[in-house]
Design a protein around this ligand. Structure first.
Ligand code: FMN
Length: 167
């Protein structure tokens, strides 16, 4: 699939079939995140792969009952500021969050290119998610991945001219 086709095809899906995501595809998705750009090349993020059913059920609760967090493959992207040597608040507070965000975005695109669908979950109880995956790192995004059981709805977007300014 071409890059632009992948970008166009990636849409939020909130209903997944019971078909499991193949290990080989999981590996490719994780590799795409691993290859994403990061501040000083330090890869200031950590990906928690959740496959355990009980943990997924807990994540559904921690995401205010978003049932689709129970998909075949659930990835929790956390920022990890511990490797950043750069002092100052931009380095510590922003870069690792950006790194985790970019890595999550690459995962969504990789999943799409592999014929899978996904949903980005940002609405969750941060501390509870941290406890479920047993980390003190800050969870930034949960990406639920699987085979779609629905077609995406009509996309509502701003006009490009409202989002872009030539200066
Ligand atoms: C930072 C962020 C947080 C989001 N949080 C949620 C969420 O908690 N639950 C949900 O169903 N969708 C969530 N979404 C998905 C958006 O609703 C979706 O991307 C948007 O409506 C555009 O639709 P599209 O992904 O099909 O292009 C989130 C997306 C982003 C980027």
């Amino acid at each position: 699939m071409s890059f632009f086709k992948t970008v166009e095809k990636r849409r939020s899906i909130r209903s997944f079939s019971s078909k499991k995501v193949e290990k080989s595809k999981t590996k490719k998705i994780l590799k795409a995140s691993w290859m994403s750009p990061s501040a000083m090349g330090m890869q200031n993020f950590k990906i928690f792969v959740v496959e355990d059913l009980k943990k997924k059920e807990k994540l559904v609760k921690a995401t205010h009952d978003q049932e689709y967090v129970n998909s075949s493959l659930v990835l929790v992207f956390c920022s990890d500021p511990n490797r950043i040597k750069f002092t100052g608040s931009r380095g510590k507070n922003l870069f690792s969050v950006q790194d985790a965000t970019i890595a999550a975005s690459y995962a969504q695109l990789a999943a799409t290119a592999l014929g899978l669908s996904s949903i980005w979950i940002g609405h969750f109880k941060e501390k509870t998610v941290g406890k479920i995956i047993k980390t003190k790192l800050k969870p930034i995004a949960i990406i639920s991945i699987g085979y779609a059981n629905e077609k995406p709805g009509k996309k509502e977007s701003q006009k490009i001219k409202n989002l872009v300014k030539h200066v």
